[in-house]
Design a protein around this ligand. Structure first.
Ligand code: 13P
Ligand code: SF4
Length: 304
């Protein structure tokens, strides 16, 4: 199906409408992908939207774990990933076998798994969390001791903000983990009137320098509610587009030009059009795994 005389953006919008598809994009996606999406958000907002949509097709512009989460929650829908090569290196730092073994070693304490993980890892977890709800999820568990996987920095952040004993898994985001204290100090010196907001995937040393610690969409909300008008963003540079669109009157600086997630930048407009035209890049999760993983994701969504 071809729509003549229209831009690629318009062709995608027309085709999405014709096929009753919803396009979800993560806040780190390239600007033109964010602009063509129906919803741009953090991992939690993407999961909630996927769970609630009445569209027939979900086009998930992000990395594989985000598309898998949509497939876990929506078995009756078709989930398409425009560029199926986009993965998350942190998600690959834990396997279900390793996790089951560690849980046994720790006497079967509950496992909280960051959504940045495979469906198979979620399936052997008690509950999931995102950067937006991690503290709420840890506090909602009745046990005093938990194992958190795969992000050690998110786990340390949770440990510092709850009374629970949090056992770490030694995973990390290669981009957030690489952000140095020196780089943050240099950005602060260059923009002395700006507040510094950091993602909990950054190291504890970096988080100590933050005025606020937030998920990506949490940063957008924080900027809106703050009386400050300049912010240094301690996260992936793609957020600059989303946050500048929300608050064009405020100024946002990336903490470092190096904080770029290569996988998040793999999606192209043409990929979206192609996947919708050809119904390619379908993401499915084996049913036995999906049922167990859905339990962990739903428990997270229902945590109040
Ligand atoms: P958010 O859930 O905060 O958007 O983060 C997802 C992610 O992959 C961060 O690196
Ligand atoms: Fe994974 Fe880091 Fe990229 Fe987020 S920014 S998707 S954690 S590699």
């Amino acid at each position: 199906m071809r729509f003549k005389n229209s831009t690629l953006h318009q062709q995608i919008r027309d085709l999405a409408k014709a096929k009753k598809a919803i396009i979800l994009a993560h806040n780190y996606q390239p600007a033109e992908i964010q602009d063509v999406a129906d919803l741009c958000g953090d991992s939690l907002e993407m999961s909630i939207k996927a769970a609630a949509t009445d569209a027939d097709i979900i086009v998930c512009c992000g990395v594989r774990f985000m598309a898998e989460t949509a497939a876990i929650l929506c078995p009756d829908k078709i989930v398409l990933m425009p560029n199926p090569d986009a993965g998350c290196p942190m998600a690959d730092m834990v396997t279900p076998q390793e996790l089951v073994k560690r849980k046994e070693e720790l006497g079967g304490i509950p496992v909280i798994t960051y959504v940045n993980s495979s469906a198979a890892v979620k399936a052997v977890s008690d509950i999931c969390c995102t950067s937006a709800n991690v503290i709420k999820v840890v506090n909602a568990l009745k046990e005093d001791e938990v194992l958190m996987t795969p992000d050690r920095n998110l786990a340390r952040y949770a440990a510092a903000n709850t009374d629970k004993k949090v056992h770490l898994w030694q995973g990390y985001c290669p981009f957030h983990n690489d952000l140095s204290v020196e780089a943050v100090k240099a950005a602060k010196a260059a923009h002395p009137n700006a507040l510094f907001v950091a993602h909990p995937e950054c190291t504890p040393e970096v988080l100590k320098l933050a005025d606020s610690i937030e998920s990506t969409s949490g940063m957008i909300r924080f900027a809106g509610e703050s009386s400050a008008d300049q912010f240094i963003l301690g996260t992936e540079t793609g957020l600059i587009h989303a946050i500048s669109k929300a608050y064009p009157e405020k100024t946002f600086f990336p903490v470092s030009d190096q904080l770029v997630c290569t996988d998040m930048k793999k999606t192209r407009l043409q990929d979206i059009l192609d996947c919708l035209e050809n119904m390619s890049g379908k993401v499915t999760v084996e049913e036995a795994i999906r049922i167990k993983a859905m339990d962990a994701v739903r428990k997270m969504i229902n945590t109040k």
